[in-house]
Design a protein. Structure first.
Length: 215
């Protein structure tokens, strides 16, 4: 990815730091020799914004295993031995946003099509198995198990300044467990998963359920 000469977002920085940057514990077999480098990257001589009003000139941003571990004036940030150093002099680094209510990379769930103008009331659940009687309650759903990297969706989020999102299945009042994922599209699903079980998803919309509430 080419770095803009005017600004460098934190999400873009994370995408640049290489294969080890967002690596999680391995769940895939590897062909060949394992990369034993420490996964530490230092972006030096940057103009760094730690928030919307705090600007640090000639700063260093230190990233270890995909996480920011130090950020500040170059004189105060010690770069460890073996770190990959990239001089970004004349460029800007901004923190990326996190969207906490998305369904990024998770399949859509559509309500059944209506047959005719009048839909008869549904009093009993049509979901088989040991599940809640209310079809709008889905505590068993785990977004991490459904998640797939989506280049188009991720690109749209990154263009707006987002670096990570909380994603959940957009269906039901209780939507199960949401996952926190990076918007890096150069890595596998298990490698961009920042937190598998991050939150419980809730909504006022019952979603695809056509069950009539009990009276």
């Amino acid at each position: 990815m080419k770095i803009s000469t005017q600004k460098l977002s934190l999400s873009a920085a994370l995408a640049l730091v290489g294969p080890a940057a967002l690596a999680q514990p391995g769940t895939y077999p590897r062909n060949g020799v394992y990369d034993q480098r420490p996964g530490v990257f230092a972006f030096t001589h940057a103009t760094l914004f730690t928030d919307y009003k705090t600007q640090i000139n000639d700063a260093t941003l230190l990233i270890r295993d995909g996480k920011v571990v130090a950020a500040g004036p170059a004189a105060k940030v010690k770069i460890p031995t073996g770190a990959v150093v990239q001089d970004v002099r004349g460029k800007f680094i901004y923190p990326g946003f996190v969207d906490v209510f998305t369904s990024y990379g998770v399949p859509d769930v559509k309500a059944p099509e209506r047959q005719g103008r009048r839909v008869p009331p549904q009093f009993d659940t049509q979901k088989t198995g040991a599940y809640n009687w209310n079809q709008a309650i889905h505590p068993e759903v785990n977004a991490a198990e459904q998640f797939k990297v989506n280049n188009e969706q991720a690109g749209a989020y990154r263009a707006l300044g987002f670096g990570a999102v909380l994603t959940q299945q957009a269906d039901g009042i209780m939507r199960g467990t949401a996952a926190l994922v990076s918007l890096n599209t150069n890595r596998k699903e298990n490698e961009v998963m920042l937190l598998e079980k991050a939150a419980s998803g809730l909504s006022f919309d019952k979603g695809s359920s056509t069950r009539t509430p009990a009276r």
